[in-house]
Design a protein around this ligand. Structure first.
Ligand SMILES: [Zn+2]
Length: 236
């Protein structure tokens, strides 16, 4: 049995401790620090060739011509797996963070707009391996980026391509985050982060490049649906 004064002082002590704890817990900037989760092995990348200057593209969101470039067939709510070839976007697509959040899933937003990286060997990778012929479009703006013709099995846990199908829709930038030198791959239309490209790893492909792309930001359009112009009007 404790006497009243004892209980009071214990309560006080606990109260102080809690107070201290909660004060000490608040990070200086109030933000959660992103953990450098798994990322592709930091391959040695002796800057093979200087990146071709990304012409006429000063900085993200700078040369936005008229506002709202007509969002390409992507009403909120239907973010993935569109069976038809999406209409191609205008040259530049620029949106505010809030607007992106409305049309992207949280994971897509994290990858495209915050340079995130999905976990390797996920469900999206299994699906990627099973895809037949078709094209891969940017989940942010619908621009075509790759097709099954450039796809190959790099056994790295992320979708891999040895080249882009529409070079004008891809841009590369030097990325020195995490103390490594890598070449970042972005969508040239919406400036969304897609992944990285590695060169000279010894893959038996026409380019020996590996575009290591986050599958969650790719929208696959099977060939049957794409470019099936001949069968207009024949339901299917
Ligand atoms: Zn895009």
């Amino acid at each position: 049995m404790k006497s009243a004064p004892q209980i009071a002082s214990v309560t006080l002590a606990v109260g102080m401790a809690v107070l201290q704890l909660s004060c000490g817990d608040i990070p200086a900037d109030g933000k959660e620090r992103p953990t450098p989760e798994e990322r592709p092995a930091p391959e040695e990348q002796p800057a093979p060739e200087e990146q071709p200057a990304p012409e006429e593209q000063p900085a993200a969101g700078q040369n936005v011509q008229n506002q709202r470039p007509e969002q390409p067939s992507n009403p909120a709510g239907k973010a993935e797996a569109t069976p038809e070839t999406p209409a191609q976007p205008p040259k530049q697509v620029s949106k505010s963070e809030e607007e992106w959040k409305k049309i992207l899933t949280p994971e897509q937003f994290e990858i495209l707009r915050k340079h995130g990286t999905e976990r390797p060997w996920g469900k999206v990778y299994d699906e990627f391996k099973k895809h037949g012929e078709g094209a891969y479009h940017c989940a942010g703006c619908d621009a075509e980026l790759f097709t099954s013709n450039e796809k190959f099995d790099a056994r790295c846990g992320w979708p891999a391509f040895f080249d882009a199908s529409k070079h004008e829709n891809i841009k590369t930038l030097r990325d020195t985050s995490f103390g490594t030198i890598r070449v970042e791959v972005r969508c040239n239309v919406c400036d969304g982060h897609l992944g990285h490209v590695f060169t000279g790893e010894g893959f038996d492909t026409p380019t020996d490049q590996r575009y290591c792309i986050n599958g969650k930001v790719l929208k696959f359009v099977p060939k049957a649906a794409a470019g099936d112009d001949a069968s207009k009007g024949k339901g299917k």
